[in-house]
Structure formats: C-alpha cells, structure tokens
Design a protein around this ligand. Structure first.
Ligand code: FES
Length: 338
C-alpha cells in the first residue's frame, strides 16, 4: 500500500510504501533532517511534528510530555501507516544557505523557531529492590528503568550503590545532552525534579550578562549584568591577547572572568532564593577571544595565525557548581578575530 506524505513548510509531497520509517521517507523528499545517531533512536535529533494522519511510533524519553502532546515524534522511530501531514521544525533541518535560513526564520514566530530544548533534564525513578529473583546490577537496573542508553563517569558510579540504598531506591537522575548520547551528571535521593535551573551566560569584552532559567519551563527568572573584571588587564581583545602571553597572564585573565561569572551566579541565586547546587547547566556564548580565555586556552595563535582551537563541552569549570554540572560553549563568529 502506498501513502502520501506532505511535508510543511516546504510543501513537498512524496509517496512511500506502507511501514516505511519516517526518516527514510523524509530523506526521499530531498530534505535532510538532523540524525546524529544514524537512526538508532538515541540522539533525539530527528524530531518532527505529525500534524495529521495515523502512525506507529516507539515510546522514548527523548521527547518531553509537552512535545508528545504537540505531535512530536522521532522520525527514525516512526512508521508510516497512513497519509501524513508532517512539519519539520526549522532547528531539526540539516542544511540551509544563510539566505534560505533568514527567510525561513522570518516566516515563523519565535515560539516556532526556538523549541524548548534544555541542556539537562531530570527524571525521577523508583527502582525495584534487588532480590534473589532479581540480581540485576545497580547501574543496569537504573538504565533499564530509564529506557535509554546513557553514559556515566566512574566517580559517579562509585557513589551509586550508596545513594540508591540510602534513598530506598527512589532517586532523581539528571541527564545532560551530549548530542548523540545522554550522560548522567547527577543522582540525588528522592524527587528533586522541581529544582532544575540553568544559566545562560553571555561573556562580552566589556560586560558579562547572565540569565537564570527554570529548565523545567524555559522561563527566565532573573538576569544580572556586570563589568568583565578582565578590563583591569586591557580594554580590548588585542591588549588582552598580548597580556595572555605574559607570565601567568592567561591564568589571571581566566581567574578574572570566572570571578565575574561566579559573583553574578552568587547574586542571582541569593536573590531568587535557590541553592547553587540546583543550577545544573550553563550555556555560554561569547566572542572567540573571550571564549578562549574562559576555557583557559591560549589565544595567541588566533592573533598571529587567525587560527582557533574549538572545544564545545567541558566540565569541572571551577564555578560555584557541582563538579559534574554541564557547561556548553557557543563560539562567536570569526569576525571577532583580529
Ligand atoms: S536519528 Fe532519530 S534519534 Fe537519532
């Protein structure tokens, strides 16, 4: 049996065989959507919205309840069994020319363009206690309950046995999005899902701004701004790059920006009456020079060779945060390079 799939907003129509997976069907139309895991159902990047028609899809934790209600599915985990009307959200399409992208952004409302997609999410689970008839290992027991493949660092794994037993097998797991897999960054006793905050951070050469975001709702709760303490070492990026080449220069610049950020986080947490330990993630943006100094990466090659070292994720950033908190950086455009 053949089914017709209409894809919006591109207004493409294709015919596919019954039971074709939606990822394959969409690629037949010539459109490409993000599919980092190659269709294994573990990256959560191939999200599309089914506006009309019947389909069969596998249950997944990679979609929030609100997304499921709005018709979101993972294309690779969905079979076509009817004529469908499918919308591909802009952020899940793979490649556009800048002109196409600008046009498509301008055609949509902010809510349509920016789907709420937090860096971390918290899941409360109640595990079955081990018994003579169920001797599954602790970590596998947890993974089985989460119903997804996850990674965990060894130092968190060391504490798993105690936290599970102390919490009577009811724990909240915090998962960070590492693109093609999720990583457990914290396991807490009881249900702490309500307390889930993140910081959106904008590091400017002159000023630094932070936004405190409720990661359960996407709501911005507060914002703070202050001067970048690196100003003491030079007002512009060239002067600071040169200072970074002096003895201990880069370390001083790195400490200055971290102090600036920590002071802001401290203030916002106090004012909003939240615990620093309930801030689970930082999304950081800044020009390329600022981002290098924030990561303590020598920026001199950028000045001499216009060459940068790109690192997207890092932890243990010595903020006032739990060691496993998740920090992600977005580099500014190369127009910030001298
Ligand atoms: S391609 Fe569908 S989840 Fe990764």
């Amino acid at each position: 049996m053949i089914h017709k799939i209409k894809i919006v907003p591109d207004n493409l129509e294709i015919n596919v065989e019954d039971n074709t997976d939606l990822l394959t069907a969409i690629s037949k139309s010539g459109l490409r959507i993000r599919a980092s895991c190659g269709g294994k159902g573990i990256c959560g990047k191939c999200k599309v919205i089914i506006k009309d028609g019947k389909y069969v899809t596998k249950n997944t934790h990679l979609l929030t309840e609100s997304e499921k209600k709005r018709g979101y599915v993972l294309a690779c985990q969905t079979k076509v069994i009817d004529n469908l009307l499918v919308e591909i959200p802009l952020q899940y399409e793979e490649v556009f020319t800048p002109a196409e992208k600008t046009k498509r952004f301008s055609e949509r409302t902010e809510e349509e363009v920016f789907t709420f997609c937090p860096l971390v999410k918290k899941i409360f689970v109640k595990l079955e206690k081990p018994s003579l008839s169920n001797t599954t290992a602790d970590f596998e027991r947890l993974v089985h309950k989460l119903e997804m493949s996850v990674e965990i660092d060894l130092d968190l794994l060391y504490g798993l046995e105690k936290v599970l037993r102390d919490a009577n097998w009811s724990v909240t797991v915090t998962l960070a999005d590492y693109n093609i897999y999720s990583k457990i960054i914290r396991i807490e006793p009881g249900d702490t899902t309500r307390n889930n905050y993140g910081i959106a951070l904008d590091i400017g050469t002159t000023t630094v701004a932070i936004y405190l975001v409720d990661l359960n709702t996407g709501k911005i709760l507060d914002a703070k701004v202050s001067y970048n303490k690196q100003i003491a070492f030079g007002e512009d990026v060239i002067t600071r790059m040169m200072y970074a080449q002096e003895e201990n220069g880069l370390d001083k610049l790195n400490i200055a920006i971290k102090e600036t950020i920590n002071d802001l986080i401290d203030n916002v947490a106090k004012e909003e009456n939240i615990l620093l330990s309930d801030i689970y993630a930082i999304q950081c943006a800044g020009n390329t020079t600022m981002t290098h100094m924030f990561l303590n990466i020598p920026p001199h090659n950028m000045r001499v060779l216009k060459n940068t070292l790109c690192r997207r994720y890092f932890n243990n950033s010595k903020f006032y945060l739990y060691p496993h908190n998740f920090v992600k950086c977005i580099y500014g455009g190369t127009n910030q390079c001298p």
